[in-house]
Design a protein around this ligand. Structure first.
Ligand SMILES: NC(=O)c1ccc[n+]([C@@H]2O[C@H](COP(=O)([O-])OP(=O)(O)OC[C@H]3O[C@@H](n4cnc5c(N)ncnc54)[C@H](OP(=O)(O)O)[C@@H]3O)[C@@H](O)[C@H]2O)c1
Length: 342
């Protein structure tokens, strides 16, 4: 695994970037640390013994230098409204794959809209939202589909024990809200619907032992972009436990704190992905710990598969489209416990 290939990580010194850097090292890759702040980069380079290259999204030549000689780039720098396009352009110039962990719906939509044709023509690989939100839910929904070629509905319910957001999460949320003019979005009848009313609160029956919990419905996350980008499902809805919504809505909720030596917090998650077709229902469930930390094995597993040609398409592609979803999910053990239920 890894075979010593160099991988540029943009946003390397962020909370998620650090988990990604550690996972790359763990799997035998050589991360090149990149980001805009020379002092923060230098500190991380000192701590890890890795090479650091300062780069700014406003200076394409600095991004070219950051990506020089790298086999791929992983973008962990959000808000992605500012970073996605410049880093993708640099990856296209360098002719290397690009993966990001963006959970900003508008940025994810832009990546498909602006780069799909160029990436396909160049046989380039661009994987947006290759993370907890947008990646894992999409892999689960795809695995749940099994041999179905279409479904009527997909529902992805997030059972988070709590959600202590990073500064990047708060900033990205604010940018998203501003971009959509304080409206909320849902995906229904095969299209985006913008609404100003309050989202519904309802009960969701998670698999035991979590059981029935209050959730906010139409709490739209990146999976609502990734799932319909490749699956014929006209209604895709995501749900979030009310405790987690309260946490991220409160300005007083602290940032995540380490509960073990790997830096993971004690937050636990359960994702319940359900697809329905006619009267039938199929389900895939994942459990794990810390949505930021688990993003690292997700994106590094994706990177490994891209670099070893274990992919199904080129262009801009969501996780469930470009990878063999059940095989990918099984490879995530022990980071994720998986149940596939007929
Ligand atoms: N999809 C998912 O499930 C998932 C999972 C984890 C993270 N994320 C997303 O990933 C992003 C980072 O999260 P985080 O937890 O790592 O937050 P964080 O600890 O606050 O780190 C944010 C990082 O982005 C960098 N950054 C921000 N704007 C930049 C710009 N214009 N140019 C260069 N670098 C910039 C920051 O650098 P400075 O310190 O120099 O500002 C920092 O390195 C957020 O958007 C978050 O929503 C998504």
């Amino acid at each position: 695994m890894g075979s010593g290939q160099t991988v540029a990580v943009f946003g390397a010194y962020g909370h998620t970037g650090r988990f990604v850097v550690a996972e790359l090292v763990e799997r035998g890759f050589v991360p090149v640390l990149s980001g805009r702040d020379a002092a923060k980069l230098k500190a991380l380079a000192y701590e890890t013994g890795l090479e650091a290259r300062v780069a700014s999204v406003d200076a394409p030549d600095s991004l070219d230098r950051a990506l020089a000689g790298a086999a791929a780039v992983i973008n962990c720098a959000g808000p992605f409204a500012s970073t996605t396009a410049p880093v993708i352009e640099a990856a296209l110039r360098a002719k290397i794959p690009y993966l990001d962990v963006a959970a900003e719906i508008e940025a994810n939509i832009d990546t498909f809209a602006h780069f799909a044709d160029r990436a396909r023509e160049a046989a380039a690989v661009i994987v947006p939202a290759m993370a907890f939100f947008g990646g894992l839910g999409d892999l689960l929904a795809t695995a749940a589909m099994g041999d179905w070629t279409q479904a009527d509905e997909a529902h992805i319910a997030y059972g988070l024990s709590s959600w202590h957001p990073t500064a990047g999460t708060r900033l990205s949320g604010a940018v998203s809200r501003e971009r959509r003019g304080e409206r909320r979005m849902r995906f229904t009848n095969g299209q985006w619907d913008y609404r100003t009313d309050a989202p519904p609160t309802l009960e969701w029956r998670f698999p035991e032992p979590m059981g029935s919990r209050s959730v906010i419905g139409e709490f739209t996350m990146a999976d609502v972009v990734t799932v319909p980008s490749h699956l014929a499902i006209p209604d895709v809805t995501t749900y979030m436990t009310v405790e987690a919504v309260r946490d991220i809505a409160s300005p007083d909720t602290p940032v995540p704190s380490a509960a073990d030596e790997s830096g993971r917090s004690d937050q636990t998650f359960l994702i319940d992905a359900v697809v329905r077709s006619g009267g039938a229902e199929r389900r895939a469930v994942a459990h794990g710990q810390d949505i930021y930390a688990v993003t690292a094995p997700l994106v590094v597993e994706a990177l490994d598969r891209v670099l070893t040609g274990r992919t199904r398409t080129v262009g801009v592609a969501a996780a469930g489209e470009i990878f063999d979803a059940p095989d990918f999910l099984r490879a995530l053990s022990p980071h994720i416990t998986l149940e596939l239920l007929p």
